[in-house]
Design a protein around this ligand. Structure first.
Ligand SMILES: Nc1ncnc2c1ncn2[C@@H]1O[C@H](COP(=O)(O)OP(=O)(O)OP(=O)(O)O)[C@@H](O)[C@H]1O
Ligand code: SF4
Ligand SMILES: [Mg+2]
Length: 343
């Protein structure tokens, strides 16, 4: 059995659209600095939907905010690592350069659109704004294009609705406006952080369908952050599972559901009964039977962050941090016991 300790050993194309490598985010707290993101690795290909899942507090949003240079200030910062996007390292850009990329080549939508929409500006003008700033369009041309974008995301009678303030729209419609804003400059990457969590199930599906369409028509890659494994199963081509500030498993969606390796992934899948079945009939290790709590940021474990809760733990798990190792082409696992190649 061969272990590929070097994460770069997995056989993915050499130059992904986004390559986050060993990203560490530090945040100052009253108890001192903590590292909620502690060595995250992610690779996203152009035009793919890439899911990120993991329990609350595992560092999903901070990872997304790091990519856009939007960490809370002044207490948060990128401590180390790199974020390669196209030909630049975003972790090393200053605010002026990041502003050129945000809303232009990389756009983001959040769970609650009202926090990002201006309550006293018509939705048409809000969509138009990015086109004026990044594309240098006149207000008039930008508004015409904004109306077209609003139509495209399914806002009926967009010409008239363009003058509405956000509070006149339903939650689903607001999220559509956010997507229209995000897509205005035809970004290469759309970061969607729990974009449908606040919506009811039917509207969720419509908003996700819309993202699927945009991926197909515009070739935009989507980094889709969610608590919901069902959404990942349906929508994502590849997926990363995060735990305690690191990626513990990264694979194609099919690999992850058919052959999950990391004990934490098994636990997550077991919590979703219809997704927990495996071809070989083995029962996944249920997370609910594993004692322990999510990791304490103020007292990081020297070894594996999951060791407290893991039924497969061996002695090395308490001492050494496992590497993210390739176990098969495109499948990486961070585990001393299960992160070994099948070949
Ligand atoms: N401004 C901040 N100051 C201190 N701690 C923070 C701050 N922002 C986030 N954290 C902590 O960092 C950890 C990771 O936060 P993050 O928001 O990335 O989690 P998440 O995976 O997105 O969770 P959720 O699924 O609940 O959105 C959490 O423990 C959180 O409490
Ligand atoms: S490294 Fe050890 S403790 Fe961590 S998930 Fe693997 S077996 Fe469990
Ligand atoms: Mg979050």
């Amino acid at each position: 059995m061969a272990v590929h300790a070097d994460p770069s050993a997995s056989e993915l194309p050499v130059s992904p659209l986004l390559d986050v490598s060993r990203l560490v985010v530090e945040i100052d707290t009253l108890q001192g600095p903590v590292r909620p993101v502690d060595g995250v690795d992610l690779r996203i290909e152009a035009g793919e939907i890439f899911g990120v899942v993991g329990e609350s507090g595992c560092g999903k949003s901070l990872t997304a905010l790091s990519i856009l240079g939007l960490l809370p200030r002044p207490q948060g910062r990128i401590r180390s690592g790199s974020i390669r996007f196209e030909d630049q390292d975003l972790a090393r850009l200053d605010e002026r350069d990041l502003r050129r990329i945000r809303g232009n080549r990389i756009a983001m939508i959040f769970q609650e659109p009202m926090t990002s929409l201006n309550p006293v500006l018509g939705i048409g003008d809000q969509v138009a704004e990015a086109l004026v700033i990044h594309r240098g369009l006149s207000r008039r041309d930008a508004l015409a294009q904004a109306i077209h974008l609003l139509e495209r995301v399914g806002i009926a009678d967009a010409r008239h609705r363009a003058h509405d303030f956000p509070h006149r729209l339903s939650g689903g419609m607001r999220q559509r406006v956010m997507i229209a804003m995000a897509m205005a400059c035809r970004p290469k990457l759309l970061i969607a952080d729990e974009p449908t969590t606040a919506l009811d199930v039917t509207i969720q599906a419509q908003v996700l369908d819309l993202m699927d369409d945009l991926k197909a028509e515009d070739g935009v890659a989507v980094l889709l952050i969610t608590h919901n494994f069902g959404i990942v199963a349906e929508r994502a081509a590849r997926v990363a599972v995060m735990y305690g500030g690191v990626v513990v498993e990264e694979a194609s969606t099919e690999q992850l559901f058919e052959q999950p390796r990391h004990p934490y992934t098994h636990g997550l899948l077991a919590a979703v009964p219809q997704l927990g079945r495996r071809r070989d009939g083995m029962r996944p290790h249920p997370l609910s039977e594993i004692p322990g709590m999510v990791p304490n940021l103020a007292r990081p474990a020297p070894g594996c962050a999951f060791a407290d809760r893991c039924a497969l733990r061996v002695e090395a798990c308490l001492r050494e941090r496992p590497p993210l190792a390739a176990v098969a082409p495109g499948h990486r696992v961070r585990c001393h016991v299960t992160g070994v190649s099948a070949q």
